[in-house]
Ligand binder design. Structure first.
Ligand SMILES: Cc1cc2nc3c(=O)[nH]c(=O)nc-3n(C[C@H](O)[C@H](O)[C@H](O)COP(=O)(O)OP(=O)(O)OC[C@H]3O[C@@H](n4cnc5c(N)ncnc54)[C@H](O)[C@@H]3O)c2cc1C
Length: 257
């Protein structure tokens, strides 16, 4: 079974973030594999392992100046990586991103495509379903468990009150939550092996997408950015024997109880 995992390389969330004058995130510094995507990589590795044959490919759009994040996925066990990197991608919106990913994945359709439910920097959560739409595939979102059997994928789909059992024929696009599996740490052997695994770098012209991506093809534009309000100091209460009652009163006031 062949599985593609869409992974995004993002600026390290632990480092200070900066915006370009165009309001786009400055991605010129160190990039890391979005932690949200490590769950998809792990899920894919486990599914391929269980199937007994096939491989995991990671697909990304973004700058190829730093592919440490992709090497991390390869060190976990993915067989190869494909990244679409091109100056003309500057300003690409979520739909444009889905078009790029669809063009790469559509070259050699896998059995299953995994994404995270949302990225840690853009978090629109819209790319995977757009990707499924463009590829003409079914999609299942918010998977908290994924199994593949007899040409179909079965998913426990997280809901507010529990989960739904959903299945779809393969190929299918599935978004996984952070609870789906525990991502492995790359072993030293894996890190060494990742250094010689293939990372294919494609341009927009290679995919025949000229004019459809970048600012020219975008239907979304960030017109202004406002700093989030800083948090208020909060209230401090000293427990004088009535602490529990105060907590209950507070929870009632915000309608939690
Ligand atoms: C105004 C604007 C300007 C932008 N400018 C640029 C730019 O200059 N350069 C650039 O590279 N991108 C650019 N982007 C694209 C952006 O970084 C995201 O990749 C894209 O909008 C997807 O949205 P998201 O991060 O909210 O993903 P979500 O929909 O929240 O992501 C869900 C999942 O989809 C998959 N996914 C999402 N994005 C990617 C990706 N890039 N590669 C692989 N898998 C992915 C991952 O599995 C991810 O976990 C821009 C987007 C906007 C809206």
């Amino acid at each position: 079974m062949n599985v593609v995992v869409c992974v995004k390389q993002i600026p390290d969330p632990a480092a200070p973030q900066a915006l370009e004058p165009s309001h786009n995130l400055d991605r010129s510094g160190k990039l890391i594999l979005d932690e949200a995507d490590t769950y998809g990589v792990e899920m894919a590795l486990q599914l391929v392992d269980k199937a007994g044959s096939g491989e995991v490919t990671v697909v990304s759009m973004g700058s190829a100046a730093d592919v440490a994040g992709l090497r991390n996925a390869l060190a976990m066990g993915a067989a190869k990586a494909v990244i679409v990197s091109d100056d003309s991608l500057r300003g690409t919106d979520a739909l444009g991103t889905a078009k790029v990913l669809a063009a790469v994945i559509g070259r050699d359709m896998p059995d299953l495509i995994l994404c995270a439910t949302e990225s840690s920097d853009g978090y629109t959560g819209t790319t995977p379903v757009q990707l499924a739409g463009l590829l003409g595939l079914p999609s299942i979102t918010f998977a908290k468990s994924v199994t593949v059997d007899a040409g179909a994928v079965k998913v426990d789909r997280q809901t507010e009150s529990g989960y739904d059992e959903v299945s779809a024929p393969l190929p299918c696009v599935v978004t996984v939550t952070a609870g789906v599996v525990e991502p492995r740490y790359a072993s030293f052997k894996g890190i060494m092996a990742a250094k010689s695994k293939p990372v294919e770098v494609l341009s927009v012209a290679d995919l025949g997408l000229g004019g459809q991506v970048g600012t020219a093809g975008a239907r979304q534009e960030i017109t202004s950015v406002t700093a989030a309000e800083s948090r208020q100091g909060g209230e401090k209460h000293v427990d004088e024997g009535d602490g529990a009652l105060k907590i209950v009163a507070y929870l009632e006031s915000i309608k939690v109880l």
